[in-house]
Design a protein around this ligand. Structure first.
Ligand code: FPP
Length: 246
């Protein structure tokens, strides 16, 4: 049966986050240089955005570049930045047509001038789109995000804008880069690695984790559908008992 028909529209994850891993290994397997894997990975990004939009996922977050990735060889970092600019330019029309809002999380100040400018422009141009929010995590590290939230909160308590004893989980939520998107329901990591790698640590508190051996450049619409179907067959208890849930 068509995998899409197996999706239960009433039980869709509100937010899917993906650690797109395995580009380098994919390239090596083909006898190519690592950056070819990133270029191929761009197609999987497009396929994934399309299928998520099609089945009605409201929030999709992609881990495109971590704070640690700045330490990769300069050539690879430059290629990733170039790819980002190129794909933003290429996709903006389809974001508008498909009512997709582009969003970014991470320390964007570290991005080189050109990618940063293109990115901020694309974010501005799509800000009123409502069907889906596509968030790219760029120069992103979750601990850094939490530190930055703590700093903002401390500033507010020092200035008297916020009462320290009134700090709740919601206060933390509101000061993270993800303040305007819901918590992650389904976290996918490709390439067989089973790690979180400093991605959305706070936001995945109750997420279902899905690991697949598929390398990111080989990841297709069917693979995304399989992950969603797998998620829908799980029982999410949020700390309660099975009887309480049913
Ligand atoms: C991890 O594979 C992947 C990345 C560090 C970059 C992901 C970027 C893209 C897919 C490019 C397009 C992105 C956008 C948002 C347009 P790896 O290099 O760590 O692979 P390895 O573990 O096999 O070496």
């Amino acid at each position: 049966m068509d995998l899409k028909n197996q999706i239960n529209k009433d039980k869709l994850p509100q937010h899917i986050a993906i650690i797109m891993d395995g580009n380098g290994r994919w390239a090596k397997k083909q006898g190519l240089i690592r950056t070819k894997g990133h270029e191929q990975g761009e197609n999987s990004v497009r396929e994934t955005v399309e299928i998520c939009r099609e089945i009605g996922i409201k929030n999709l977050t992609l881990f495109a570049f971590s704070t640690e990735n700045w330490n990769r060889p300069k050539y690879e970092v430059n290629t990733l930045m170039r790819l980002l600019v190129k794909s933003l330019k290429k996709e903006i029309e389809s974001f508008q047509k498909n009512d997709i809002r582009l969003n970014a999380i991470g320390n964007l100040d570290l991005l080189p001038e050109k990618p940063k400018k293109e990115l901020l422009e694309a974010i501005k141009d799509t800000k009123d789109n409502k069907h889906m929010t596509l968030t790219v995590a760029l120069s992103y590290g979750s601990r850094e995000e939490i530190v930055s939230a703590v700093r903002k909160i401390v500033e507010k308590t020092t200035s008297g804008e916020l009462n320290g004893s009134k700090i709740t989980e919601q206060t933390i939520d509101e000061h993270l880069y993800t303040s305007d998107i819901p918590d992650v329901d389904l976290l996918i990591r490709t390439s067989g690695e089973e790690r979180i790698s400093n991605f959305l640590l706070w936001q995945i508190a109750y997420a279902e984790l899905y690991f697949t051996e598929v390398l990111w450049p080989d990841f297709t619409k069917e693979d995304l559908l399989k992950a969603v179907i797998n998620y829908q067959n799980r029982e999410r208890r949020f700390g309660k008992t099975s009887e309480q849930i049913n």
